[in-house]
Design a protein around this ligand. Sequence first.
Ligand code: F6R
Length: 365
Amino acid sequence: EKGGYAHYMLKEIFEQPDSIWNTIRGRMDSDRGNSVLSGLNVQPRDLAELHRVLLIGCGTSLNAGLVGEYAIEDFAGIPAEVEQAAEFRYRNPIVGSKDLVLAISQSGETADTLAAVREAVDKGALVAGLVNVVGSTIARETGRGIYLHAGPEISVASTKAFTSQVSCLLMIALKFARAARMSRERGVRFVKEIEAIPDQVREVLKQNDHIAEIAENYIKAESAFYIGRGYMYPVALEGALKIKEISYIHAEAFHAAELKHGSIALLTEELPIIALVPDGPGKDKTLSNVAECRARGSKVLLVATEGDDEVNDYGDDIIRIPAAPLHAAVIPATVALQLFAYHVARLRGCPIDQPRNLAKSVTVE
Ligand code: F6R
C-alpha cells in the first residue's frame, strides 16, 4: 500500500505533482484569469464589504495560513491575519459579520481549530473551511469552504496537505484580487503561475538522490536554524517543523532579519543554517544574513533558484528550485525541505511514519 516507497511520508511527498493538480483542477478559469471556488460561496459583492480575512489553524496548517495572509494582502489588498486556533478562541477576539474566517485543517477534526470555528460562528463571522477530509467535523460545521482533494494523508508528518492548502490559498487570493484591482491580464498570468507548480515540484523530486547526499552532511547536528523572509518565512517554519517531527533534531525558524536580535548568540560551527534564498525580493538581504552566519563558522544549506550563480559562494550545499515568482516558489521550496527532512531522519534511523509522541489528528486541546 506504500506503492513501493519505504515510507508513507516519501510516497506522499512524491504524490504532490498529482495531489496539487487535483486541488487546482477544474477550479481555474484561464480565460477570465480567475479561480472558480463555488463551495466558498463568497460573491464579489460580499468581498467589497469584507473588512478582514482571518486564517486559523495549528501546526503545518498554521504555516500554510501565513502564506495565505501574505498572498491575500499582497494581491487582494484585504487586511489578513493568521492566528493560532487556540489563541483565537481564548483571547476573546474582535471578529464579526464583516470578517471572513478561513479554518485550515487537513483532518477537519483538530480540537483547537474546531473550537475556534465555533467561536467565530457564534460571533457572526463568515466562516469557511479549507479541509482535506470530506465530511469531517470542521467541514460540516463551517458549511462552506474548499476541499483540498489531496487524497488520504497517512504519514503523521504532513506534506501534501500543506502544498494543497497553499494552492487553495493562492486561488483564494486570486479570486479576491480579481474582485478588487487585479486586471484580467494579471489574473491570466496568475493562473499560469499556479498551473506551473506541479511541474516545478517534479523538478525538485528529480533531485531526490542529490538531496539524500546533501542530507548526510547534516545528520550529526543537534540543532539547526532555518531562515527566510517574506513568502520564504513560512517555508522556513514548515521546514523546521518537518525536521523536528521526524528526525528529532532541534530546529528553529527565524525571519532572517530577526536572527541578529538575539538568537545569533547560539551560532557555533556545529549549528547549520538552512536558508531560503530563491531569486526575488529579499534574496540579497537574506544572503547578507547568511554571510553573518558563515563568519561564525556555521555550515549553510541554501534553497536557491536554478541558474542563479550569485548565491554560489554563500552555501556549502545548494538545492535548486525552478525560477518562479515567490508566492508560487513557496511550494517547490517546501518540497525541497520535506525531502531534506526525510533523508536526514532516514539516515538517523528514525521511525519516520510514526514519530514518537505524535498522532495524526490532535483531538484534545
Ligand atoms: C505537522 C502536522 C501537524 C498538523 C496539526 C494540524 O506535520 O501534521 O502540525 O498540521 O496538528 O492538523 P490538521 O491540519 O489536521 O488540523
